[in-house]
Design a protein around this ligand. Structure first.
Ligand SMILES: [Zn+2]
Length: 460
């Protein structure tokens, strides 16, 4: 995203927040309270004048609830067919009937169509978690719209699949599948850590992809697996990708970009803002203009909901192996493992103890080792870029449970990978772009500082 548009996005997000504040129900509440108070006063004032309940003529009351009027009402209710919208996500266990039932639909014709029509059938095929919205009348399906990831991997970040099932006037169903562009919307979010980062993110309705980007962004400042504290806070400004105006619920790969973020960990504040110099790739910078990217990543695995919640459930097989030098990252088998820095693969294959292992040589006498892999993606002699996949977590060699055994060596001596990442080389914003950057950074920082109050107001 070009810098100028970030300013506009920040301004737009702030205007939206202001309009939310203007619509804030506090004023409404005051009006309601005033109305209730005057009603109360009125009731109190006339109460002594009202006849005693026991003295009320009973005959009058029974006449006012005439059976004929009830019949008419019931008949009117029968004829009135309320149209209802209901939404839900598809589940892996869903059958046509089960999905329709959750959407409040009892319609055998619709279920039969979902089972037999080649286009409609795709709703229940593939990955679950598709956003489904049904329009019903009297429990019968009128229209079902399902939104799912784009059909082709190349379009996952830009498009979505919309499958529409409609009942025509003659009662016949039709189904249509289309690839539709996603829209981006700028949003503010903020939260406080009470247990885990993902729990706080859920509370603030942050998409998983944004939460992962947030952890990744501050990974050289904060070790999110070990240093997170109860009471830590964060604020984010991000692009949410929407499908027909609704934030998408699937895959982190297709979520929008984090534009600016602030994280307060153990009382210390960290800020970052997305900035793109003309002709360059763009990246995150702290407010002083130094890049958040380092020559080495702090972790050989991306921070995700799955790996962050995966507990240590194994013990090293051998006493000698237990004393090995390295960091163990417990994670489910198949979790992608990435190169922490640019380099050349000097070993790729099996070694005793390590199992499947990849060894990468980096500049400056630095070397990284990735062991117990279930799958190897890099061959010996290959040049790898930072973040490139080397394979997947497994339990090969001397491992009793799935985890990544990771080593960082400098001139053949083991070092702490996180310390290495923190002290490794980074770039700063060029002198030419400095003024522009300062402006962006100040605007973003002001918005983030106001985010908790602005967002909190909505939930009062
Ligand atoms: Zn280990």
């Amino acid at each position: 995203m070009p810098l100028s548009s970030l300013d506009q996005l920040v301004a737009r997000a702030w205007r939206r927040t202001e309009s939310v504040l203007q619509r804030h129900p506090r004023r409404l509440t005051a009006v309601v309270v005033a109305a209730l108070t005057s009603a109360g006063v009125t009731a109190f004032a006339i109460a002594p004048l009202a006849p005693d309940a026991a003295d009320l003529p009973r005959r009058l009351i029974s006449e006012s609830i005439a059976p004929a009027a009830l019949d008419a009402q019931l008949k009117a209710l029968e004829e009135f067919s309320p149209e209802l919208y209901r939404s839900d996500l598809t589940r892996s266990s869903d059958t046509a009937d089960a999905l329709l039932r959750r959407l409040g639909i009892d319609d055998t014709e619709a279920a039969a169509f979902l089972r037999s029509d080649p286009t409609a059938r795709t709703i229940l095929e593939g990955r679950p978690g598709k956003m489904s919205k049904a329009l019903t009348a009297n429990g019968r399906l009128q229209e079902l719209t399902v939104r799912a990831p784009a059909a082709s991997a190349a379009q996952q970040g830009s498009h979505f699949t919309r499958i529409s099932v409609r009942r025509a006037a003659d009662g016949q169903f039709t189904a249509l599948s289309e690839q539709v562009p996603l829209a981006a919307e700028v949003r503010l979010g903020s939260g406080t850590i009470l247990s885990t980062l993902f729990a706080a993110a859920d509370e603030s309705r942050l998409p998983d992809g944004i939460t992962s980007q947030l952890a990744e962004l501050f990974s050289t400042d904060i070790d999110f697996r070990r240093e997170l504290k109860r009471g830590d806070t964060f604020s984010v400004l991000y692009e949410a990708l929407t499908a027909d105006g609704e934030p998408i619920t699937w895959g982190s790969s297709s979520s929008g970009r984090l534009l600016a973020a602030q994280f307060v960990n153990n009382g210390k504040r960290y800020d970052a803002v997305w900035f793109q110099e003309p002709g360059s790739k763009g990246g995150y910078f702290s407010l002083d203009g130094s890049s958040k990217s380092r020559a080495f990543l702090a972790s050989p695995m991306a921070f995700s909901r799955v790996s962050s919640g995966f507990a240590m459930r194994f013990h090293p097989v051998l006493q000698s192996w237990r004393r090995h030098l390295g960091v163990d990252y417990p994670a489910p088998t198949g979790t992608p493992v990435r190169a922490v820095g640019d380099g050349i693969v000097t070993f790729s294959g099996w070694q005793n103890g390590y199992g499947n292992v990849v060894i990468v040589q980096h500049a400056g006498g630095r070397e990284t080792r990735y062991a117990h892999l279930s799958r190897i993606d890099a061959r010996r002699g290959a040049r790898v870029d930072q973040g490139q996949s080397l394979g997947a977590v497994g339990a090969t060699g001397w491992a009793t449970g799935p985890h990544l055994h990771f080593e960082f060596l400098v001139n053949d001596r083991h070092v702490d990978p996180v310390t290495m990442a923190r002290s490794s080389e980074s770039v700063t914003v060029s002198t030419a772009a400095r003024a522009r950057f300062t402006e962006t950074a100040q605007t973003a920082s002001a918005q983030l500082a106001a985010a908790p109050a602005a967002i909190g107001a909505r939930f009062e």
